[in-house]
Design a protein. Structure first.
Length: 495
């Protein structure tokens, strides 16, 4: 059932009340809430995976791995907030001899924004949906969450939300800290609600841009952290092609067909040296013979995939290298073009095909690559397949300009959940300069507040000289108590 506007308002108001009650919870308590959710999802795993498999056409092993990732992420965030670095607690004591004149006592700390609206993705029903990265990082930051369920897995969303709410209640979290809504009218009202202070989104560029514009048009605009996907171009130097072309083509095929090409990090462009066209087709023939296609996530996505492929295939200068199909379980399609064609029509490099399809661009000389990279729009990832003695300085600089993660001799369909991860990129990859994966994702839902000349007893705990929460503090320019007390392993997901 779609959520009525009346129910939506009640849930947002309850979330705001829960935020007010829980905003001052110390890191140990808040971490225990996240760990309770992790345990609840783990204990309900079999039933959740079975339901997800029925709604999404995804395999049980894939879903089990994704749920494992989700649980791991919650526990990693729990560890991270116990460390307390996200507070960025900074203390400048009063100093009558400060270089630009007497300095008052100033202390700055990051505080949670409030109630966060989260829109989940269809292609990762656990990792980027109800209790995926956006919801988990918002709760870790100290915010409340109202999640808009994706229409592609409504039953799973409802069951997951029930599990999350029961776990939070059992852990003593304020009632209403997390809730779920359904339907487009509720989604629009959620973006408009004055108590919503930030929005997290994972999905299409068109859908994300519509919500982004709506959030900006509010009387009080709010941050919109949208992850909108990308093309994820791969550049192969001549040296790399000559030394290991078979390895590169096999890796490329595995990456762009993984999960039937329904990942935001799928490589949609492969730049290879002149003469590589026929070699790519020949090398792919063996890989295709062992490929087992599967149904796409939904009929709507299948329609969008067919439309995108046909639109790109019909452009001047684009031809078919490997003929796929649009069956219920589609065979992969590989298109081909040239630098001359993309210079005439740069949109060839910017058409996302959300499914098992990609484009090979056959260039003439390595010196062309930096200019071709400069024609790309913002990317979540770009990849260099190169040899150690290749001069890729200019190309690497251009890739850094347009992408959030640059890979060396790897493939982008793997986004580890860890401390240094950055999953984002210039628009249209995302609508912000932040990450939606890794511990740094918590900071999206925080803002800094400085306290001037406050009595010690009235300061937030992270800013007190006594440091009752034992968090890292930068005191008069020097860090105290910084350093991780524990380390957790990372875990890969095929994103």
């Amino acid at each position: 059932m779609n959520t009525t506007i009346e129910d939506l308002n009640a849930r947002v108001e309850a979330a705001h009340g829960a935020f007010e009650k829980g905003r001052a919870a110390d890191p140990q308590v808040r971490a225990s809430w996240l760990e309770a959710v992790a345990t609840g999802l783990e204990n309900s795993g079999s039933a959740l995976v079975e339901l997800a498999s029925k709604e999404t056409h995804l395999s049980t092993p894939r879903l089990e791995g994704e749920l494992k990732r989700t649980v791991f992420q919650l526990r990693l965030f729990a560890e991270e907030i116990r460390q307390g670095e996200h507070f960025d607690a900074t203390i400048d004591h009063a100093d009558a001899r400060w270089g630009m004149g007497p300095r008052p006592d100033l202390r700055r700390v990051n505080v949670p924004l409030g109630v966060v609206a989260v829109f989940g993705a269809s292609n990762f029903p656990f990792a980027f949906s109800v209790m995926g990265g956006d919801s988990a990082s918002a709760l870790a930051a100290g915010c409340a969450v109202v999640h808009k369920a994706h229409d592609g897995h409504r039953q799973l969303a409802a069951r997951t939300a029930e599990t999350v709410m029961a776990a939070l209640d059992g852990a003593g979290a304020p009632s209403g800290l997390f809730s779920l809504v359904n339907g487009r009218p509720a989604a629009e009202a959620l973006v408009d609600h004055p108590l919503i202070k930030a929005i997290g989104f994972t999905g299409s560029t068109a859908g994300g841009r519509a919500l982004f514009d709506r959030a900006a048009a509010r009387p009080e605009p709010v941050p919109f952290f949208g992850e909108l996907g990308g093309i994820n171009a791969v550049f192969v130097t001549r040296g790399a092609w000559e030394s290991r072309r078979s390895e590169i083509v096999n890796g490329y095929f595995s990456s762009f067909t993984m999960g039937m090409g329904q990942f935001c990090t799928k490589p949609g462009l492969l730049f290879v040296p002149a003469g590589g066209r026929d070699e790519v087709r020949r090398l792919l023939s063996d890989a295709l013979s062992g490929f087992s296609p599967a149904e796409l996530l939904s009929e709507r996505l299948h329609h969008g995939f067919r439309e995108a492929v046909e639109q790109l295939r019909d452009k001047a200068g684009v031809d078919v290298l490997v003929e796929g199909d649009f069956a219920a379980a589609p065979a992969p399609t590989l298109l081909h073009t040239t630098p001359a064609a993309v210079r005439r029509d740069p949109s060839i490099l910017r058409q996302e095909m959300f499914g098992p399809a990609s484009v090979v661009v056959e260039y003439g000389d390595d010196s062309e690559l930096a200019a071709l990279a400069g024609m790309l729009e913002g990317q979540l990832t770009t990849t260099l397949q190169a040899e150690p003695d290749d001069d890729v300085t200019e190309l690497a600089a251009r890739l850094t300009d347009v992408s959030g993660r640059v890979l060396w001799n790897g493939w982008p369909t793997g986004v580890t959940v860890s401390y240094a991860q950055h999953h984002g990129g210039p628009y249209p990859a995302t609508t912000s300069a932040t990450t939606s994966v890794g511990t740094a994702a918590i900071r999206r839902f925080l803002r800094p507040v400085a306290y001037q000349s406050f009595p010690e007893a009235r300061l937030p705990e992270p800013l007190r000289d006594a440091n009752p929460w034992n968090v890292p503090q930068r005191v008069d320019g020097e860090w105290r108590g910084r350093g991780r007390v524990a380390n957790s392993p990372s875990i890969e997901d095929p994103r």
